[in-house]
Design a protein. Structure first.
Length: 75
């Protein structure tokens, strides 16, 4: 099992936009299974929705998974 935690600044309005998307999906992240076998995935918005913490645990190697994520995926 591997873990990944990332903290990033969001563009103005990005926090609200991402919260609307998460609300519309009602937390259903079935599409994320295409990356790897996920055990847990969390989003935490802080600093007035200007920053985000993303944390996940998954099966597989970091190297294989990191190549599937766009370099600016949280911006």
């Amino acid at each position: 099992m591997s873990e990944l935690t990332a903290i990033a600044k969001l563009k103005p309005g990005g926090g609200e936009r991402l919260q609307r998307i998460l609300s519309l999906t009602k937390g259903n992240m079935d599409g994320a299974q295409r990356v790897s076998t996920l055990h847990d995935m969390r989003f935490v918005f802080f600093d007035d929705n200007t920053r985000i913490l993303f944390a996940t645990t998954y099966d597989g190697d970091w190297d294989a998974t990191s190549m599937t994520l766009p370099p600016r995926s949280l911006n």
